[in-house]
Design a protein around this ligand. Structure first.
Ligand code: HSE
Length: 434
């Protein structure tokens, strides 16, 4: 049988890795796909020194690939929103299947792209968009399709996890670790996407859609980064038996869905609390399977290429299938998506770590306890440290039981208004994940 022809747009870290894996494992991949897979064209502005493209035709114009009549599958690896959207829509219009690693594109323009793909009867696959080499999209979309999924929580940004790990284990400076992540090809073109949680929110948006069968709603995700975390809180969290991780959480509630990315205290003995470096992990809780955990490299040249190539194999296997029988893009049939709302962060429920800097006066603790109890906030544990020499203040650390965020906001405002409380109250959400 004739080989399937693919075109790769973008020859950066993931593009180079995809070319290399397709070439190195060509025989094994053909045995799986049932046909050979040939890279018929590459669009790249410059060569990738880690990639020997040999006689493969190269163009500088990505639309040459989308318009190439020889090509069956366009692999979009240029990143970004605007050009990538135009490229993918053009490829679909020309009847080509698309494989992409672009989480921003899917999270923001996925609803439009999938509608167009359905109209044209083509597939759009995006396993590499979430958690690099971990086949978590496939696991949720297909492996867990029997389940009513209750919640999922994931460390889904390798750069952020790498930074937090190096800071905690080696006391390295934030900027220094970020530079290393950029040199290793983990970080986004704009690294604020990594450290401010935007990249993780893109991925969480996608995971939530396939877990709950809801349209992609990136604009409703709550996003908080790691740039304001201090080593004091990292250390107090440890003393209380927790680790701080940058987590994406999606939860089903009776009122709607929670969709939030923020630093989170997790009990130190949970497996996911021990996921370090650039590694990612996603926990999914379903009513039938219980909790399952998916772990692996969340970024990197060949780890991400592994997911891209797996999608190409899936598309090749389904080429002769009737489009009505393709696995739906968002796991659920498009006319069966739920319109339950995404909850604003004030309506989400969590436990909280609060750090208060108080003057060393009698009665402060009683005032703090009163403010919390008046709002129905139950204290799980409390730790008061000795007076700090540099400012004469006493750090008071509390962990609450689960409560709606609006109530905690109200309590924080009341705490900050106390004469004996200095500066802002630090608040970090806590998840038990059990
Ligand atoms: N910048 C992303 C990360 C790359 O660090 O996880 C993989 O999506």
């Amino acid at each position: 049988m004739k080989p399937v022809k693919v075109g790769i747009c973008g020859l950066g870290t993931v593009g180079g890795g995809t070319f290399n894996v397709l070439k190195r494992n060509a025989e094994e991949i053909a045995r799986r796909a049932g046909r050979g897979i040939e890279v018929a064209q590459i669009a790249a502005r410059r060569p990738n020194p880690k990639c020997e493209t040999g006689a493969t035709p190269i163009t500088a114009d990505i639309f040459d690939v989308a318009n190439n009549p020889e090509i069956d599958i366009v692999i979009e690896l240029i990143g970004g929103y605007t050009q990538a959207r135009e490229l993918v829509l053009k490829a679909i219009e020309n009847g080509k299947h698309v494989v992409t690693a672009n989480k921003a594109l899917i999270a923001v323009h996925g609803n439009e792209i999938f509608a167009k793909a359905r109209e044209k009867g083509v597939m759009v696959a995006f396993e590499a968009a979430v958690a690099g080499g971990i086949p978590v999209i496939k696991a949720i979309r297909e492996g867990l399709s029997a389940n009513h999924i209750n919640w999922l929580a994931g460390i889904i940004n390798g750069t952020g996890n790498f930074i937090l790990t190096e800071m905690r284990e080696k006391g390295r400076a934030f900027e220094d670790v970020l530079k290393e992540a950029q040199a290793l090809g983990y970080a986004e073109a704009d690294p604020t996407f990594d450290v401010e949680g935007i990249d993780a929110a893109h991925k969480l948006t996608i995971l939530a859609s396939i877990a709950f069968g809801i349209p992609l709603q990136f604009d409703k995700a709550y996003t908080e980064g790691i740039s304001k975390l201090t080593s004091a809180d990292v250390n107090y969290a440890e003393a209380l038996g927790y680790r701080i991780k940058h987590l994406g959480v999606a939860r089903r509630t009776d009122h709607g869905f929670e969709l939030r990315v923020h630093p989170t205290l997790i009990p130190a003995d949970r497996l996911i609390a021990n996921v370090n470096g650039v590694m990612n992990a996603v926990m999914v809780n379903g009513d039938a399977a219980g909790s399952t955990l998916y772990y692996g490299a969340g970024a990197g040249m060949e780890a991400t290429a592994s997911a891209v190539v797996a999608d190409v194999v899936d598309v090749v296997r389904a080429l002769t299938t009737d489009p009505e029988n393709h696995v739906p893009h968002l796991a659920f049939q498009p006319d069966s998506l739920s319109d339950h709302p995404i909850l604003p962060i004030e309506a989400c429920e969590s436990a909280y770590y609060l750090r208060i800097q108080a003057k060393d006066h009698p009665g402060v603790l009683a005032q703090v306890a009163t403010i919390l109890s008046e709002r129905g906030i139950n204290i799980e544990s409390i730790m008061q440290k000795e007076v700090e020499e540099h400012d004469g203040l006493v750090p008071m650390i509390l962990v609450t039981h689960r409560v709606v965020e609006a109530r905690v906001n109200d309590a924080i405002a009341a705490l900050e208004a106390l004469d004996d409380v200095v500066g802002s109250v630090v608040r970090i959400r806590v998840e038990q994940l059990n």
